[in-house]
Design a protein around this ligand. Sequence first.
Ligand SMILES: *[C@@H]1O[C@H](CO)[C@@H](O)[C@H](O)[C@H]1NC(C)=O
Ligand SMILES: *[C@@H]1O[C@H](CO)[C@@H](O)[C@H](O)[C@H]1NC(C)=O
Ligand SMILES: *[C@@H]1O[C@H](CO)[C@@H](O)[C@H](O)[C@H]1NC(C)=O
Ligand SMILES: [Zn+2]
Length: 460
Amino acid sequence: MANSKLGRSSFLGYPLSKLSLALLFLVGLVVAVTADDLNFPSSNTRKSHHPSKKLNKPVVLLISTDGFRFGYQFKTETPNMDLLISRGTEAKTGLIPVFPTMTFPNHYSIATGLYPAYHGIIMNKFTDPVTGEYFNLNLSPKWWLGEPLWETVMNQGLKAATMFWPGSEVPKGSWTCPKGFCKAPFNASFPLEERVDTILSYFDLPESDIPDFMTLYFDEPDKQAHQYGPDDPRITLAVAKIDKMIGRLIQGLKKRKVFGDVHVILLGDHGMVTNCDKKVIYIDDLADWVKIPADWIQAYFPVLAMNPRWGKDVENPGEKNADLVAKMNEALSSGKVENGEFLQVYLKEKLPERLHYSESTRIPPIIGMVGEGLMFKQNRTNAQECFGNHGYDNMFFSMRTIFIGHGPRFRKGKKVPSFENVQVYNIVAEILGLQPAPNNGSSLFTRSILLPFGETAQVE
Ligand SMILES: *[C@@H]1O[C@H](CO)[C@@H](O)[C@H](O)[C@H]1NC(C)=O
Ligand SMILES: *[C@@H]1O[C@H](CO)[C@@H](O)[C@H](O)[C@H]1NC(C)=O
Ligand SMILES: *[C@@H]1O[C@H](CO)[C@@H](O)[C@H](O)[C@H]1NC(C)=O
Ligand SMILES: [Zn+2]
């Protein structure tokens, strides 16, 4: 116990003496009691007491199952997820991803609490319109803005470990992706079982060495669904496999007598929808209104990303862009373009505000919102059959994923309304007693989802 306290004795980088530490605890206790009486959690206070069996400090394990569309849990028996749900807190109609509903932007929004326009990973792959540099899952820190949880944790003197997570390989602040506590680079062949066992092995360490914050990432059921679409028997198998991994984790934690002590947050990054070749909009069909060179288009769908290269003689490219958008929308709404009603093109500043997708120079000037499950392609060649994709408007229910929280600060059997994944950063920071970096989550939100500090659910 003493060890773990001393391990946390540097708050915001200031080393504390034992005396001031003791004082802080006393003050913290008084604040906690008062705050609890008022039914407020006292945020950012270090935890001094836990009614736990083994762990004397809060530990958070953040698990992502990639592309786990909300509702997949009803495809087959998922007894282990059901256990977490019945004994924990669940977003009743799923977790809302950020736009664009792609893997890297969303995992990094979960880690930083920032919308992609502010954390810089605006798509999985993109060209920076200003520098012309191409981002393709690069690990150079200059791309990765904001402060991810593993950095917040390390900066404030706690320990973090990542068993894969997009962005976790990138050195940031006190986070160096340390050997033994940061599995890198990502390796899709590394068996899911071994990922779970790596996390479990951390609980065999002396308590002061157990990471306070851990991530665990499964690249399923996303992989299968891209290939076969969300309603294929192979997806059902992938869902069963994920549930089995959760079971392996629960058994391992129980064996170590810490299942009730660990805060397990199980979520996904986005959902999945079927794409079929009958549901396509072709650029060639817009030719009577406007000709669009292929090299102006950085991405076709689920998000159309366009950076027109006007000649040097063009004085006002902004005006030309606005003209282009108007012509495209005229064509699309003419009734003469097949499926045209399912694409709406915008200057990025004119996108609906709820998408928070304009305030970054990395976002190209023209963005098209492609209808749910629709595709946008150059021409009628390269036919593909049906498959699956995500990246669409985060308003679509099919893009939603799951959120389940289990552990001392989560109420048992509680359902909460859906919320955006930028709230997750504050939830983890609050559980660990960390000062959160500026982010797009609401500081009040944690009160609606977590039990007040000092009050804990009876989970065994
Ligand atoms: C990826 O994991 C597999 C299975 O553990 C292993 O055989 C392979 O060497 C790993 N590849 C890399 C690049 O680490
Ligand atoms: C169709 O579009 C693809 C790029 O998507 C291009 O490679 C191909 O040349 C085009 N075909 C025709 C006939 O224009
Ligand atoms: C998101 O958070 C960043 C960092 O605090 C801030 O600059 C930005 O204005 C916020 N954006 C929104 C839409 O809240
Ligand atoms: Zn994904």
